[in-house]
Ligand binder design. Structure first.
Ligand SMILES: Cc1ncc(COP(=O)(O)O)c(C=O)c1O
Length: 366
């Protein structure tokens, strides 16, 4: 038997990797099902914008050419859309890569990264991969406790990571509280506000931290084309920050980290705001419908401002996940994020949501 003897450092050996959802085809093959509905990855149920698809298709004959290394035109389009100067924009292979890039640029052994318990699982992995210490702060009402997070910062803190709204809870922090966090955290600590679901939020006290960039050169604000824009498969996210901060991140960014098709399609998607608006509006209606039904059915759920909802089930999350799977409904068990009896379900079109509700009713009665 061949044995791999390479010297893996203990902090990598002991790292639990991110567990993505299984491919639909694989689930169907294993369980002998057809027509499953995937509600596990917060994807846009309407697909990508037709404009983005058209742009990708038109570019296919140029795949022999390397992408624009800095993402010049997409950065320009984002800068125009969000009213920023172009050198305040950086691209990532999904916004998750920007979290990894920030960790790679800043964290050395002995440093810590402050994050909330029950936050997006990749924060932990990005920190541990750099042999940094994960400093997890308990949530309050399943929401980031920003005051406690500011208090957890010490002389070895390199970053504070905030998901706003958060995944998997769907909860959010007000812009005022984000501002207070920035005021409380020393200027030499990077604050990352990850706004992957910002497009879905309609709360008066919510606002993008982009408006706080001016006075805070230690702020990085992240966004993505994976959720509201429906381009998760292309892997394209972006960050806004002071050019000197971005210059540090560029040092460890691989030169062609976003593909040409991703860049071209994202530009077209950005130009199709109607598509995003329609989905966001639809999602809002489905959120009211699904959560209303969950209440009628007697389930406790966490109020969510995003395109998914975390709900508590009368069994382990893993058991519920397996039972729903057998009904052809794929959700996400959230034990790994600290919710052993909760599943996260992405809102779909009405038919998919009804299938979920019906299956949930059946498996919880069984
Ligand atoms: C809070 C949060 N941030 C970032 C991401 C990563 O998104 P991307 O596809 O842009 O890497 C996700 C994806 O689920 C997320 O939930």
């Amino acid at each position: 038997m061949t044995v791999v003897r390479i010297k893996v450092p203990p902090h990598i050996r002991d790292l639990s990797p991110y567990v993505p959802g299984k491919p639909v085809q694989e689930v169907e093959r294993e369980l002998g099902l057809t027509d499953t509905v995937k509600l596990a990855s917060n994807e846009n149920p309407f697909g990508p914008s037709p404009k983005a698809v058209g742009a990708a298709r038109a570019y296919l004959q140029d795949l022999n050419i390397y992408p624009e290394g800095s993402g010049y035109y997409l950065c320009l389009a984002l800068a125009r859309h969000y009213g920023l100067a172009q050198d305040w924009v950086i691209l990532g292979n999904g916004s998750v890569e920007l979290i990894e890039i920030a960790a790679k640029a800043l964290v050395v052994p002995g440093d810590n990264v402050v994050m909330s318990a029950g936050a997006f699982a990749m924060y932990r992995i990005a920190t541990l991969a750099m042999n940094g210490e994960v400093r997890e702060v308990p949530m309050v009402n399943r929401t980031h406790d920003l005051k406690a997070m500011a208090q957890a910062v010490d002389g070895r803190t390199k970053m504070v990571l905030v998901a706003n709204p958060n995944n998997p809870t769907g909860t959010y922090n007000s812009l005022r509280d984000i501002r207070h966090l920035l005021e409380a955290v020393p200027e030499d600590v990077l604050v990352v506000v990850d706004e992957a679901y910002k497009e879905f939020v309609d709360r008066e006290d919510y606002g993008t931290a982009q408006t706080l960039l001016e006075g805070h050169p230690n702020l990085l604000v992240l966004g993505t084309f994976s959720k509201a824009y429906g381009l998760a498969g292309l892997r394209v996210g972006y960050g806004f920050g002071h050019p000197d901060l971005l210059a540090t991140l560029h040092r460890v960014r691989s030169p062609f980290n976003t593909s040409s098709i991703a860049q071209i399609s994202a530009i077209a998607a950005l130009d199709d705001q109607e598509f995003v608006r329609d989905y966001v509006e639809f999602n809002r209606e489905e959120m009211a419908y699904v959560t209303g039904r969950l209440t009628q059915m007697g389930f406790a759920w966490t109020p969510s401002v995003a395109n998914f909802v975390l709900l508590d089930v009368p069994m382990t999350a893993a058991e519920c996940y397996q039972r729903l799977l057998r009904e052809g409904v794929i959700v996400r068990p959230m034990a790994m994020s600290g919710f052993p009896n909760s599943i996260r379900v992405t809102l779909h079109k009405r038919e998919g949501n009804d299938r979920f509700l019906k299956a949930l009713d059946k498996v919880c009665k069984a």
